[in-house]
Design a protein around this ligand. Structure first.
Ligand code: 6GU
Length: 243
């Protein structure tokens, strides 16, 4: 999987993705990242990449030509049908299912906007998909692009180790993670639940599943509609709801 990122702030992307799991995956080429600085394609004396909006109003708009030329500089390397994703709060909501869909691609181009927006014509010309990471406004698409690259990358075989790859079963299941504990066995008078020290894996699994259901009901009840529960787990959920 290769990510191409078109941005005015290349260091945000390279630095932000240079640590921990993703940093390692980039180093060993399990995933690849090419960051293209839109400013390198300004093609004018002042290296300008933004201008006042036609029709007036506050702020600046990113100009179409530098973005288009940045895209053209990589176009020949891209396979047929390679998605070009524009990071925008107007995009489709980013969910685990969207990460799973993008993880099937061989390459993805991500366009990060800044200022008050991007000239609509270059979006029409090159963008195939728009993604938002939530209903709030960021100053630019870079943080959002990093969130997408991180969550897509961890689905690529070889990025996580065997132990780590078990961990995301829960969100695909529409359930939140169960609580975790490690040493010491007592902290500030709070003890680790006995069942976790019992050595009975069957009981531990059952307890964790129940805690996941309990937490999801308490924190994100709307997720439970899509959860895959056994009859016994349904019964447990109904008991929690007091039904
Ligand atoms: Cl993808 N971009 C920007 N600029 N702001 C956002 C966003 C994306 N998602 C939520 N807010």
């Amino acid at each position: 999987m290769k990510f191409y990122v078109l941005t005015l702030f290349p260091e945000m992307i390279t630095e932000g993705l240079s640590h921990s799991v993703i940093g390692r995956a980039l180093k060993d080429k399990t995933i690849e990242l090419e960051v293209i600085n839109i400013r390198d394609f300004a093609n004018n004396k002042h290296n300008s990449v933004d201008d006042y909006p036609y029709g007036g109003g506050a702020g600046m708009v990113m100009q179409a030509p530098p973005i288009y030329n940045a895209y053209l500089s990589i176009k020949d390397k891209l396979g047929e049908g390679c998605p070009v994703v524009y990071m925008t709060p107007q995009g489709r909501p980013f969910k685990q299912a969207v990460a799973e869909e993008l993880a099937e691609e061989k390459e993805i181009v991500i366009l990060c906007g800044h200022y008050e927006g991007v000239d609509e014509r270059v979006i029409e010309e090159i963008v195939t998909d728009e993604i938002s990471i939530g209903d709030y406004v960021l100053t630019g698409g870079e943080l959002a692009a990093m969130a997408v690259i991180d969550s897509v990358s961890r689905l690529i075989p070889g990025v996580l180790n065997k132990e780590q790859s078990h961990i995301d079963e829960s969100f695909s299941d529409n359930l939140l993670e169960y609580p975790q504990y490690t040493r010491p066995p007592e902290f500030m008078g709070r003890k680790v639940p006995d069942v976790l020290l019992s050595g009975n894996h069957g009981l531990v699994d059952k307890w964790r599943r129940e805690k996941s259901i309990e937490r999801t009901l308490k924190k994100r009840p709307e997720l439970l509609e899509g959860a895959n529960l056994t009859d016994k787990e349904r019964e447990y959920l109904n008991k929690l709801k007091g039904e």
